[in-house]
Design a protein around this ligand. Structure first.
Ligand code: DNO
Length: 350
């Protein structure tokens, strides 16, 4: 049994990747999920939380990681609604802690979550995968509804979008940091009391676009974020594919430097194909540009025993499904990670 806990993202009852299928992946310990029927800013009902837990447990899986409790734009913008919404956020942490959740993944990215320019980028072997090309992205106009991207909340009207872009342009990076500071100072004490580790997800890709600031992008900024509240409960999701999109980010070094503050790891590989240009590939080291072995070794050497999940998979073997979140390639990723960690952990003990 590995020290790290292998988990798999599950999007709830509508997910074609069922709990039964997930439970059949060797060495799988639990799911990563969320309550999907409440808008960002709302309070999750205890029934909904318990329901996911019972469903997972019914298949022999734990439910100890939530991804994500979304942070509403009003909190990131630090406007008049921020205080009340932060109160709701704290209530979610309390309820999740009570239900046995140990780790909450969230992000502080303005407006979009993860962003790609292509959803079905064809690869030589007939697979297709998500890809990013800055040139294509910068030619799109978010106000014209030209973006239909996975991390994009298309429920915004054009007017709302214009308002958001303008509001963020006005606040810029330093105010965003201030707003993150207020948020952390309010939620981390509640996380401590509730036995929950907060694990911020880095910005994906780790640079700003459309005039929107992005701050969780590199080692220095992550250190700054961790120092705002120097508590173990104020931690990080080390997402290799997100941070690794910038070749200047040294993931193995971060895995070592942030030991004790990394509670959740998203392990996937990407291939750099140009400046601010990459595509997603199979998980193993030799499929892409990231040294997955080196990153896993740094984690094991620093005693990591938190949650790991395979991240985005390609679409292979004719599978159609939720972009990045099909079954087959993620299951192959899970098997690879199990072997990698088993070898590293056993070597370490010797
Ligand atoms: C993409 C995911 C992100 C992640 C959020 C965390 O596949 O890694 O959507 O869940 O950024 O808040």
């Amino acid at each position: 049994m590995n020290n790290m806990k292998l988990t798999f993202r599950w999007y709830g009852e509508d997910d074609p990747v069922t709990l039964e299928k997930i439970s059949q992946i060797p060495s799988m310990t639990g799911i990563v999920s969320a309550v999907y029927d409440v808008k960002p800013g709302g309070v999750w009902s205890e029934e909904s939380i318990d329901r996911i837990k019972n469903q997972a447990n019914g298949h022999g899986l734990d439910f100890e990681v939530v991804e994500s409790v979304p942070v509403p734009e009003d909190i990131k913008l630090g406007n008049g609604k921020a205080e009340q919404l932060t109160g709701n956020y704290c209530e979610n942490i309390r309820r999740l802690g009570k239900a046995g959740i140990k780790c909450i993944c969230y992000n502080f990215m303005p407006v979009f979550d993860w962003l790609r320019s292509e959803l079905e980028h064809p690869q030589q072997d007939g697979a297709n995968a998500l890809a990013y090309d800055e040139q294509t992205v910068l030619n799109m106009d978010p106000l014209k509804g030209e973006l239909s991207l996975p991390g994009w909340d298309s429920s915004y009207t054009r007017e709302e979008m214009r308002g958001l872009l303008k509001a963020y342009e006005e606040i810029g990076e330093e105010r965003l940091w201030k707003n993150l500071e207020s948020f952390l100072k309010a939620v981390i004490p509640v996380a401590e009391e509730s036995g929950v580790n907060m694990a911020i997800h880095p910005d994906d890709p780790p640079w700003g676009m459309f005039g929107l600031p992005r701050i969780i992008t590199c080692k220095e900024n992550i250190q700054r974020m961790l120092d705002i509240v120097p508590s173990a409960n104020n931690g990080l999701t080390l997402c290799t594919g997100s941070l690794g999109a910038n070749p200047d980010n040294d993931l193995a070094d971060m895995a070592k430097s942030f030991a004790g503050r990394i509670h959740f790891v998203h392990l996937r590989n990407i291939k750099h194909t140009g400046y601010r240009k990459f595509e997603e590939v199979g998980h193993p080291t030799d499929c892409g540009s990231l040294d997955m072995y080196g990153i896993a070794k740094a984690l094991v050497d620093s005693g990591f025993d938190g949650y790991v999940r395979p991240d985005h998979g390609r679409m292979i073997w004719g599978e159609k499904g939720r972009y990045g979140y099909g079954l087959y390639d993620r299951a192959l990723g899970a098997a690879y990670l199990t072997g990698l960690f088993e070898a590293l952990e056993k070597e370490k003990v010797k």
